[in-house]
Ligand binder design. Structure first.
Ligand code: AMP
Length: 420
């Protein structure tokens, strides 16, 4: 038997319905915040992620699905959404004459060659937003407010927002230097990856999944102490606005995020969920240098990506009520060939009027059709018989009260509209 590749899922049945429910909420939130849907290719030139996400990140150095296509081009399945969106932004010259920011969202499959476990897959979905073109802190607030309220609307409890700032270039360089000085005497005690990161990207050491509990990392210098006045002022102002908007947050000065492109504000969202413990749901921040790094002009930007599958897993484990509407409105019952003809056009007609309508597709006896009705539990039955049909009459049965009524076929739609 051919089975699905490790770390992938088939999504169907109730799981698919839960996703449709979550999609609807995400779409509605994005629309009210005026973010437009964007879809970029699943695969891109590998160089995009090498330059955009960073060669030394785990995502690029260990986790990408990269291959040569038949034209000998190096192709990578996207491991995250931002680089592709920035490529799209530059390629379509959307930076020209920017009088409004470009605000987009995506809900797309991502690919990372990771060790699969609960909440960690090789094919997974990220919902994300990007706001390009504004350096104003209102843009940072726009993104955080959307993220925060999305989780409220999804009904997920125990969600925590952690924020930090890396400051501007000068602050980051100062911090990097302090971190290197601090780590130098102890670097041999950290894992081999950290020893490599020490030379080419020391900030990433704070993100190490192996040394996460090491005292060396826990006692590392704090980013806040190396911010210049301007970066500090900016960060404090963002916090004022978060307070003003009743957005709860915690500060975590050890937060750096796993991708290379951030500066100033960075944030992560976690949930405390029974059975899962603390689970990272998503993260984001400001990335003012990425557009330039990928060959565009200098355009400030801020964004966020959330683990969609993990959010649904957290909602499941927290017993969130997914408001799934999958009840069948009407089941049409027939036996003879002439009844079947009427059933066929009535089914189409009711469906086109918006009623979720089903009928028999096996040529079952009436008794067997009643068994089906017991199983799928429609709100109403429409029972056809040749004698009544000669007078254009059908029987409608309320499946809850079991009351039956004979009505004219021409009145069926309005009859059901009044009751469903
Ligand atoms: P990142 O792009 O690494 O910052 O990830 C953002 C969010 O995507 C994480 O917080 C997770 O919720 C989710 N995520 C990242 N990697 C995976 C994965 N392999 N499987 C499922 N979700 C993931």
């Amino acid at each position: 038997m051919i089975t699905k590749p490790k770390g992938t899922s088939d999504i169907y049945g109730l799981e698919a319905k839960k996703r449709a429910y979550v999609d609807e909420i995400l779409k509605n939130v994005c629309e009210s915040y005026n973010y437009n849907y964007v879809e970029t290719p699943v695969f891109e030139a590998s160089e995009l992620f090498h330059r955009g996400v960073g060669e030394t990140t785990d995502i690029v150095s260990k986790e990408t699905y990269t291959f040569l296509d038949r034209g000998n081009r190096s192709i990578t399945l996207r491991p995250e959404g931002t680089a592709g969106i920035v490529r799209w932004f530059i390629e379509n010259k959307l930076y020209g004459n920017m009088t409004e920011p470009v605000k987009v969202y995506y809900n797309s499959k991502m690919y990372r060659y990771e060790r699969p476990q609960a909440g960690r897959y090789r094919e997974f979905t990220q919902f994300g937003i990007e706001l390009l073109g504004s350096d104003d802190i209102f843009a940072d607030i726009d993104v955080i407010s959307l993220v925060y309220n999305t989780y409220l609307l999804l009904g997920l409890k125990g969600v925590k927002l952690s924020i930090n700032t890396l400051g501007d270039k000068e602050s980051r360089e100062n911090y990097k230097k302090a971190l290197v000085d601090y780590l130098k005497p102890n670097i041999k005690l950290l894992c081999s990856d950290c020893q490599k990161r020490f030379n080419n990207n020391p900030l990433r050491i704070l993100d190490c999944k192996v040394d996460i509990d090491s005292d060396i990392l826990k006692n590392a210098p704090s980013t806040y102490d190396y911010l210049n006045e301007e970066s500090k002022k900016r960060y404090e102002k963002i916090k004022d606005y978060l307070d003003l908007l009743d957005i709860n947050y915690e500060e975590d000065f050890s937060l750096v995020r796993g991708l290379d492109y951030y500066d100033h504000l960075i944030f992560e969202v976690y949930a405390d969920v029974e059975g899962l413990g603390g689970i990272a749901l998503g993260g984001g921040g400001r990335y003012n240098n990425l557009v330039e790094t990928l060959g565009g002009p200098s355009v400030p930007a801020v964004g966020f990506a959330m683990g969609y599958d993990r959010t649904i897993l957290a909602m499941d484990n927290s017993n969130v009520n997914f408001d799934i509407k999958d009840e069948i409105d009407v089941f049409i019952m027939y036996v003879s060939d002439t009844e079947k003809e009427t059933a066929s056009y009535l089914t189409q007609d009711l469906r086109l009027n918006g009623f979720i309508t089903e009928t028999d597709m096996f040529g079952k006896s009436l008794k067997a059709q009643f068994k089906t009705v017991n199983r799928i539990n429609p709100k109403y039955l429409v029972i056809l018989n040749d004698k009544d049909l000669k007078e254009n009459i059908v029987t409608v049965k309320d499946n809850l009260t079991k009351e039956e009524e004979k009505i004219k076929i021409t009145e069926l739609t309005s009859y059901l509209f009044e009751r469903i």
